[in-house]
Design a protein around this ligand. Structure first.
Ligand SMILES: NC(=O)c1ccc[n+]([C@@H]2O[C@H](COP(=O)([O-])OP(=O)(O)OC[C@H]3O[C@@H](n4cnc5c(N)ncnc54)[C@H](OP(=O)(O)O)[C@@H]3O)[C@@H](O)[C@H]2O)c1
Length: 291
């Protein structure tokens, strides 16, 4: 089997990716601060912001392809720690593209729907970027820097993701369920829209983009535009709890470090055309938590 290097295997998406990729690839996964063991995946401890360590793993593994998911993925953290987050979100990403160019191998990067300002959804790959947070700006700089260094880099823009907790990461679903099961209500935005998918669906999309060697930018959003509030309503329905457990609020009611775009729904018809087929959110949630 060919060797696939997955950065950020200790993260939410990287872990889901390792689970699917290992049937077709010899997978090497990296972690940084969270050690974990993934059966049939070779795990490596690497600080990707250290160029010597990065060069070292490329020469040790000699990968046939790289999927780069490692990042500071929390917009609020990036807003308050712009320099620290730039090191992994921008500089390490550009270095990885440079090494993939040197080795002449496919390079996939996980960008975000937050490269857009949320005023003109749904967004196609050809729409101009317009980030409103430092995290969004960093992802734009990584996208542009990587493609400048290595024009064959595939940029996959990921939507909001949810799914099972992994040994070292979780999605927003776990705190939601914890709150509801402890008898409290969830206060969710009625004016924030996304096109969410599960971690497993997102991982399938990335592996499809790699298999097709998709050139350029690809949106891997789901098929439905949904508000956080309606997501919560689906959740309580599946958990057989009262709909009153979900109350509505507006983005302006909650102060956060990073500005939040209202609607960054992605138009992912290019991905659907090559075989990406996310399930409806209800179906995904039923499979994850349903009886
Ligand atoms: N989650 C979402 O809803 C979402 C939406 C759109 C885009 N994305 C993008 O999708 C990708 C994956 O997101 P995620 O939610 O899976 O992220 P995550 O759970 O926060 O995982 C981040 C990963 O990056 C690794 N990492 C951070 N700094 C590192 C460093 N200096 N050296 C090596 N590894 C480092 C972490 O390793 P340790 O934990 O071991 O330190 C972890 O494995 C990211 O690029 C993110 O920006 C995510």
């Amino acid at each position: 089997m060919k060797k696939l290097l997955i950065t950020g295997a200790s993260g939410f998406l990287g872990w889901h990716l390792c689970q699917l990729a290992k049937s077709k690839w010899q997978v090497y996964g990296t972690y940084f601060s969270h050690y974990l063991d993934i059966p049939n995946v070779k795990m490596l401890s690497v600080n990707l912001t250290d160029i010597q360590e990065l060069k070292g793993i490329f020469s040790q593994i000699q990968p046939a392809a790289v999927i780069h998911t490692a990042a500071h993925s929390q917009p609020n953290f990036c807003q308050t720690h712009p320099q620290e987050s730039d090191l992994i979100n921008v500089k390490a990403s550009c270095n990885i593209a440079g090494l993939c160019a040197d080795y002449g191998i496919p390079c996939l990067f996980t960008s975000t729907d937050l490269v857009f300002d949320g005023c003109n959804a749904p967004y196609k790959e050809t729409d101009p970027v317009s980030p409103i947070s430092i995290y969004g700006e960093q992802k734009v700089m990584a996208e542009q820097g990587m493609r400048k260094i290595y024009p064959l880099t595939t940029i996959c823009r990921m939507p909001l993701m949810f799914g099972r907790a992994t040994p070292t990461a979780q999605s927003f679903l776990q705190p939601f369920i914890h709150t509801l099961k402890s008898g409290k209500t969830l206060n969710l935005f009625i004016d924030e829209f996304r096109t969410p998918v599960s971690g497993t669906t997102a991982a399938k999309g990335l592996l499809l983009a790699l298999e097709k060697q998709f050139p350029g930018i690809l949106h891997l959003g789901g098929t439905e535009r949904i508000s956080r509030y309606d997501f919560g309503r689906l959740l309580v329905d599946i958990l057989e709890l009262s709909p009153e457990k979900i109350t509505a609020c507006h983005q302006k009611d909650v102060k956060m470090a990073a500005p939040r775009p209202a609607d960054v729904s992605l138009d992912s018809s290019q991905a659907f055309a090559i075989g990406y087929s996310p399930l409806l959110v209800r179906k995904e949630l039923e499979m994850l938590i349903g009886n």
